[in-house]
Design a binder for this molecule. Structure first.
Ligand SMILES: Nc1ncnc2c1ncn2[C@@H]1O[C@H](COP(=O)(O)OP(=O)(O)OP(=O)(O)O)[C@@H](O)[C@H]1O
Length: 352
């Protein structure tokens, strides 16, 4: 069953078109992360889903029911959507208990107490029900926000950068914890973040947004290793672009030599392309030749905590390599490519 089905959605603010013909589906119980540069339309998409913005074209359906189209929309309170924001949005003058109980208007007092206690236990805050938001840490406030959103049994949870105000040491744990809670409750979620690592840890799949549209959707590992185009490849992480010529369906000729792909290349022999190689897929070792002509040379090295980020000058270009051996600047080196599934782009930047 599909929890959220967005079909051909377009949204605009007066004269400015922000989303254009965007489609996205989220399965029941699935968590999808929207990743994209600032201003690409992530918040606008969440606003349209929650009912705060009317689309100019296309439709939004929740569990098979159309809730938004250019012809009419359900108001936000009739959509059964829970929202979680980066600033927690708790009521400062209400206790934790009353914050969580806020939306539970139709239940008896006893059932409200029971539901709030269940939620407090779920988010690991039992016993803190009498505290006010200012008496809680950022992580605890965000857990209250989660408890409040889940108390109403939402059919979909929208999370807009929920972890960005949380201390980085607590964040990693909270990301896993909240993911586990959503999975346990089988709630579908659409999650917006600027942090790729957070998106990878929290979501089942990622959707890469650019200029009001989704360029690629899939498991983060696949999107990272099989990007649909150059924008997605670079957005998912740094890489080197090398001009190359296809030799056959497994090999290409590049400035660092002949490189073999672990999977078949769908390009014709003789075709020119660009090879995209992640820094960790390049290896360097001290050049063994006595008098190498114009060798690649170490330009700089920087320790990044777990590995070295090494810049290698190769003729007119500079390649970035992730390695573990320190070399003095100007050391001549041989560069090799570790066996992997090669990523090639045509002149327009589309994957071949
Ligand atoms: N109320 C508004 N009126 C006019 N333009 C707006 C309005 N809200 C947003 N925009 C514009 O729409 C575009 C998309 O904004 P949106 O907030 O959806 O981006 P975003 O991807 O969420 O950005 P960020 O990551 O910085 O939060 C931007 O160019 C923004 O300036």
């Amino acid at each position: 069953m599909i929890a959220l089905d967005i079909a051909g959605l377009s949204c605009r603010y007066e004269q400015t078109s922000v989303l254009s013909n965007l489609s996205l589906q989220v399965e029941e119980g699935e968590i999808v992360c929207l990743l994209g540069r600032s201003g690409c339309g992530k918040t606008t998409l969440l606003k349209a889903i929650s009912g705060l913005l009317q689309p100019s074209a296309g439709s939004i359906s929740l569990h098979g029911q159309k809730v938004s189209s250019a012809h009419g929309s359900f108001p936000p309170e009739q959509r059964g959507i829970g929202m979680i924001f980066q600033d927690y949005a708790l009521f400062p003058h209400l206790t934790v208990f009353h914050n969580i109980a806020f939306g539970l208007k139709d239940l008896s007092r006893r059932d409200i107490r029971k539901r709030v206690d269940e939620m407090l236990e779920l988010v690991n805050l039992s016993g803190l029900d009498k505290r006010y938001p200012h008496e809680l840490s950022g992580g605890q406030q965000q857990r209250v926000a989660i408890a409040r959103a889940l108390a109403n049994n939402p059919s979909l949870l929208l999370l807009d950068e929920p972890f960005s105000n949380i201390d980085s040491q607590v964040r990693q744990r909270l990301v896993r914890e909240i993911r586990d809670i959503l999975k346990q409750q089988k709630v579908a979620g659409l999650f917006v973040t600027h942090s790729r690592d957070e998106g990878f840890a929290f979501a089942d799949s990622v959707a890469i947004m650019h200029e009001g549209n989704i360029l690629q959707r899939g498991h983060s590992f696949d999107v990272y290793n099989r990007p649909a185009n150059r924008f997605v490849a670079e957005f998912m992480g740094s890489g080197n672009l090398l001009p190359c010529e296809v030799i056959n369906n497994r090999t290409v000729s590049t400035p660092v030599g002949i490189v073999e792909s672990s999977s078949e290349i769908s390009a014709n022999p003789g075709q020119s392309a660009e090879l995209f190689i992640r820094p960790q897929m390049l290896s360097i070792e001290k050049c063994q030749c006595k008098n190498p002509v114009d060798p690649a040379q170490i330009k700089s090295q920087q320790f990044m905590g777990t590995s070295l980020r090494t810049e290698v000058k190769l003729k007119e270009s500079v390649l970035v390599v992730e390695n573990s051996t320190p070399f003095p600047v100007s050391t001549p080196v041989d560069i090799s490519v570790q066996p992997h599934e090669l990523v090639l782009f045509d002149q327009q930047g589309h994957s071949l």
